[in-house]
Unconditional design. Structure first.
Lengths: 399, 528
């Protein structure tokens, strides 16, 4: 079948990295991503089903790969060549529409889960990601054995498959995966607030820095799961302002003005480049040196910064983190969330609910066939500037 | 003999008119046969010997005993003076306040008074920088009083040092500086540049608290202040005068010294600014062209520094001392002699160039809120009788109006622009929804008390200052302003004056009458 795939090629990664600063299109052309016939993956084993791709989104981590900017950390956690694409809505052989929870967890790899009800992302030992019957790979879309969403079909384990209702459009469903990331971030925030006993002690202020797909998903998730909080968003482009407000942000300002907005709302002082206090929690949906530094400076001492945007090499002065005893918490994908009553829920199930209630399809700005991947990736890389949020590949019949 | 102010009817031979455009200028041609230009009077002659005049005023005061007879050893003497908001531009040294206070101090020394405090009556304005204090008061006073802490600035948030002196029959609480309240004698040294200032306003606003000021610095008062330059028709001044009566009856003895200055605002390189355009000589035209072209090429920050370094050659035209109310009436006569220009009837469109400076940005940036305050607050209010523009008419200003703020002087202005103006431009609504939050913000309070920031509530007051003009005008257009910033103010942006007239025609028709308020130099139109 014809698909997009990524091959291990140091020269191509290097070329893409150099060229990406000039032209995203050129970076895609010279980079490690290629479109053409690939060897079809074989069924990894029992419990695996073929899923025909309907829509598959382009994520920031995909762009980082195409542009050769991905962290070297992942080299040992992926297997080449692989078909990217982990934001996927597709169909089973029986026509059932499904979304894929892409993490290749214990069950998918034949390992013993940390608990019988564990979600693929749960657990405190990642050895299963590189062992067992599958080639290494943290997720579908990064594993040679399974294929990925940027192909007409791929293999998914039953533990990854979530049926979706007919009322949920493909366009909304393709947002379930990023929404799940936002839900996970929201529960990380809620966990910090619960732990600090802050939920019933006056106004809670949460900052969200960045209003791309992940930032907006977080805003929607915070509105749903931390309704007590005043969510203030730092955005960059006009359409992001409008969508963030529509999703429930009480205030949307330019990213550079987020500290001022948080200061106003919390009554903090400004000491040099830092707030004396700040937001109770801040979700950094950008993941750059600047955004992480800014997030720490805007979060009150002993508050939590949730690092949702995937960082690579960053340079930070950690003195503020040390002095303010800020908790810098990574937020990777999803798993099982603990609700206020002690019960648990799968993040992905909560995200499916959220996709239904939040009008997620409005975030899909354009779709492309695989053949136009250069245009698609360029559009995704310039999404903000071009008034877009999510760009996806459309592999439905006739596209 | 200086020529009085007058009204020029524009015809086809009238040259283009000079407009301020922030730190730059523009020349705009006004439509012939339906435009007029109001020019201020030429500068009145200054006093030949200001120091002698001051001494005489202190020895022969109005409705009070001579100052020396009020001074005695062992007394508590407090001298208050106007802050850096006066004069504009700053006066060439020696400043009138220096002359006055030095004379007062000489008399106090002769009487053996040694408990003397000198207080900058800055109200909720920013604290003056030391170099500004030195400029206003002179080296002798600064060096003698500042190191010992006897020269300092009023702190409206130092609640331990505020005292309630009483309440007016309107329920207005007079709360002022404790040192002032508990002095045996308070001497106030004023520089009166416009009719709005002086009188009871000097002390009742200059050394008061937010609680006290909020009784008259509010949308209702300012919307009913018709105008700021006519205290007898000003709700703001009525309230202040009521408080003045409380101060008179319950407070310390006040010896008010008011001085007036002429219209000579710019030194010789800028002569063309105060000349009438058709009287420009070849040299004036060349200077204007050279200045204008140079400014067009000068980074705004540098241009700002150049303008704020200007020292005005103002001359003192009068000085009077004694009982506040009597003194102020005499002051107003002198102020009006310089400023009043009789004008027949109102106009459909009022045009004005907004300069680089207002009372709230000495040594600082004319931010968008101050553009509104200067245009609709100060310049719109330069009238007696009726506003120059008819109700529902159009006000056209020229100013770059960029979203630029001085972070040290105007921190709460930044938030006001981003937060409050994003919510509402209505003074009453913002007063209800936002004012208290800003007034009580601990950070703003901290910066006001320890830095050089205007009080947190000050952008509200600047906005309220324009409340009457905002309510009166059918549309406000800013020519050459940043469109997004202008819209945030609730105004309409225009690229050129012709575009502005076109936009105005939607409100006032296609052949409106136009009046241009020619600034600089202060004038007050006496509109019949």
């Amino acid at each position: 079948m014809k698909a997009l795939s990524v091959r291990r090629s140091v020269p191509r990664f290097g070329a893409a990295r150099v060229v990406s600063s000039i032209s995203q299109r050129s970076a895609t052309r010279v980079g490690p991503l290629t479109f053409g016939e690939i060897e079809e993956p074989t069924q990894p084993g029992p419990g695996w089903e073929r899923i025909d791709t309907s829509l598959s989104g382009i994520c920031g981590s995909d762009l980082a790969l195409a542009e050769g900017r991905a962290s070297a950390y992942f080299e040992d956690w992926v297997s080449f060549p692989f078909v990217p694409g982990h934001e996927i809505v597709g169909t089973r052989g029986d026509g059932q529409r499904v979304v894929i929870e892409p993490v290749l967890g214990h069950s998918a790899r034949g390992a013993v889960p940390p608990s019988p009800e564990a979600a693929p992302g749960d657990g405190d030992d990642y050895r299963h990601l590189v062992t067992g019957p599958l080639e290494p790979g943290i997720q579908t879309g990064f594993c040679n054995s399974t294929g990925g969403g940027w192909a007409p079909w791929f293999w998914a384990h039953e533990s990854q498959i979530h049926a979706i209702p007919d009322s949920l459009s493909d366009e909304a469903a393709v947002l379930v995966e990023p929404l799940a990331g936002g839900v996970h971030a929201a529960f990380s925030v809620r966990d910090a607030l619960r732990r600090g006993d802050l939920l019933n002690r006056g106004p809670v202020v949460i900052g969200v820095l960045g209003a791309g797909t992940m930032g907006l998903a977080t805003v929607a998730a915070l509105r749903a799961h931390v309704p007590e909080a005043d969510v203030i968003v730092g955005a960059r482009y006009p359409h992001q302002f409008a969508i963030a407000r529509a999703l429930g942000a009480v205030e949307v300002v330019r990213s550079t003005d987020l500290a001022a907005a948080i200061r106003r709302r919390t009554g903090a002082h400004v000491i040099g480049r830092h707030l004396s206090s700040g937001a109770h929690c801040l979700v950094d949906a950008v993941g750059s040196s600047e955004s992480i530094s800014a997030s720490v400076s805007m979060t009150r001492p002993r508050g939590r910064v949730v690092l949702l945007g995937m960082p690579a090499d960053v340079s930070l002065d950690l003195t503020p983190l040390w002095h303010r005893e800020t908790e810098l918490r990574g937020c990777y994908t999803y798993g099982t969330e603990t609700l206020d009553d002690g019960s648990t829920a799968r993040t992905f199930d909560l995200a499916i609910e959220l996709a239904q209630t939040t009008g997620a399809e409005r975030l899909v700005s354009a779709t492309y066939p695989l053949e136009r991947h250069v245009d698609a990736l360029a559009h995704a890389a310039e999404a903000g500037r071009r008034g877009a949020v999510k760009i996806a590949f459309d592999l439905r019949r006739g596209n | 003999m200086p020529r009085p102010g007058f009204v020029l009817d524009v015809d086809r031979s009238t040259p283009p008119m000079l407009f301020w455009h922030g730190e730059r200028f523009s020349l705009e041609r006004l439509p012939a046969d339906r435009s007029r230009v109001i020019y201020p009077a030429e500068p009145l002659p200054g006093l030949i010997d200001p120091d002698a005049a001051i001494r005489q005023a202190l020895l022969q005061p109005l409705d009070m005993e001579p100052l020396p007879s009020l001074l005695h050893a062992g007394m508590r003497l407090t001298i208050c003076f106007d802050d850096a908001s006066l004069s504009l531009p700053k006066m060439r040294r020696p400043d009138s306040r220096q002359r006055i206070i030095e004379t007062v101090l000489d008399m106090a020394a002769e009487a053996g008074v040694d408990d003397v405090h000198i207080i900058a009556a800055l109200g909720l304005h920013r604290r003056m920088h030391d170099y500004e204090l030195r400029h206003v008061l002179g080296d002798r006073i600064f060096d003698a009083f500042h190191p010992s802490g006897a020269l300092y600035q009023h702190d409206a948030e130092d609640h331990a040092n505020l005292v309630v002196l009483g309440e007016t029959d309107h329920g207005e609480v007079l709360e002022i500086n404790r040192r002032v309240a508990e002095s045996d004698l308070v001497v106030y040294a004023n520089v009166n540049q416009v009719a709005m200032d002086g009188g009871w306003k000097s002390l009742v606003t200059g050394v008061a608290s937010y609680r006290c000021l909020s009784h008259h610095h509010n949308p209702e008062s300012l919307q009913n202040t018709r105008s700021l330059m006519d205290r007898h028709h000003s709700a703001l001044h009525h309230s202040i005068w009521r408080m003045g009566a409380v101060l008179r009856d319950n407070g310390p003895k006040v010896f008010q010294i008011e001085s007036t200055i002429n219209n000579d605002a710019f030194p010789s390189p800028f002569n063309f600014l105060s000349k009438r355009e058709w009287e420009w000589t070849g040299r004036d035209r060349a200077t204007f062209l050279a200045t204008s072209k140079a400014l067009d090429r000068t980074p705004r920050r540098l241009a700002r520094r150049i303008f704020h370094s200007i020292e005005a050659p103002y001359a003192m035209t009068s000085v009077q001392a004694g009982f506040t109310e009597t003194v102020h009436e005499r002051t107003l006569e002198h102020v009006h002699a310089q400023h009043i220009v009789p004008v027949e009837g109102q106009t459909d469109i009022l045009t004005m160039g907004i300069p680089f400076i207002s009372p709230y940005n000495p040594e600082s940036i004319m931010n968008p809120i101050l553009v509104m305050c200067m245009g609709l607050g100060y310049l719109f209010n330069m009238y007696r009788g009726r506003p120059l523009v008819r109700e529902g008419g159009v006000v056209i200003m020229t100013h770059p109006t960029t979203k630029e703020f001085h972070p040290v002087h105007h921190p709460s202005y930044i938030d006001f622009f981003d937060e409050v103006l994003a919510d509402t431009t209505d003074p009453a609504e913002m007063s209800q929804r936002w004012e208290r939050k800003y007034a009580e913000d601990e950070w703003y309070r901290h910066l006001y008390r320890t830095g050089n920031a205007y009080h947190g509530v000050h952008p509200f007051y600047a906005w309220y200052w324009g409340a009457h003009g905002q309510q009166w005008a059918g549309r406000v257009i800013i020519v050459g302003g940043d469109p997004a910033t202008v819209r945030r103010l609730g105004f309409t942006p225009a690229s050129t004056m012709d575009d502005a007239f076109e936009l105005a025609s939607e409100v006032v028709g296609r052949s409106p009458t136009i009046t241009h308020l020619h600034v600089p130099s202060v004038l007050v139109a006496d509109v019949h």
